[in-house]
Write a protein that binds this ligand. Structure first.
Ligand code: GRF
Length: 192
């Protein structure tokens, strides 16, 4: 396989971004070339720098500008974009330029608990509220509609009657840590 370069987009604490960076650290063909954030104070920016990954912080204006994002990716020879807790909307022009090359992780079993405004604890709270017996993570391609792109993989976990928010957070975190980098690797190997 030819070398592939990944750009990770992230806005928060970055546990997924760090896990992905570490997974591909000494990979033969897949490299994390860039971490993009929309927040200077995001923990993920510092963490990526410490791991030797080039970082870039976008203003809200830049984050919404498809042509600038395309240019940044071209300049850095990016083949695939990974959204790992990135909380800005991806401009449509960028999604079209990177069709089937942008992968997102969502902390529920889509199509359940997806869509605009459904992120982080809001998802888990809704899952608890509805007394679901299971939840999980969905790894999917990104299209123009929030959380509706083609599903690549889903992983489930059960919910017990005594589970609180922290329990769900922890179960989801474990699934993300265990599977996200491997699914990215398989996807890049098979369909890029
Ligand atoms: C994760 O739960 C992910 O599923 C969601 O946002 C969260 C990001 O967490 N999209 P982190 O910043 O990677 O720790």
């Amino acid at each position: 396989m030819q070398d592939k370069k990944i750009a990770i987009f992230a806005s928060g604490r970055g546990s997924n971004a760090v896990n992905i960076i570490q997974h591909f650290k000494s990979h033969e063909t897949i490299h994390v070339a860039l971490l993009i954030s929309n927040r200077t104070d995001a923990f993920v920016v510092q963490a990526a720098e410490e791991l030797g990954v080039k970082t870039m912080v976008l203003t809200n204006e830049t984050a919404a500008d498809a042509s600038i994002l395309i240019q940044i990716c071209q300049e850095n020879a990016i083949d695939a974009v990974i959204l790992a807790g990135y909380l800005r909307k991806i401009p449509v022009g960028f999604i079209q330029a990177f069709t089937d090359k942008i992968i997102n992780i969502h902390p529920s079993l889509l199509p359940k608990y997806g869509g605009q405004g459904m992120y982080g604890d809001k998802v888990h709270e809704a899952v608890l509220q509805n007394k679901e017996l299971e939840t999980g993570i969905t790894i999917h391609f990104v299209n123009e509609h929030f959380d509706e792109g083609r599903i690549i993989a889903q992983f489930h976990c059960s919910i017990s009657q005594n589970d609180h928010l922290a329990d769900i957070q922890s179960k989801i975190h474990h699934l993300e840590q265990a599977y996200f980098p491997f699914v990215i690797e398989q996807t890049l190997k098979s369909s890029f």
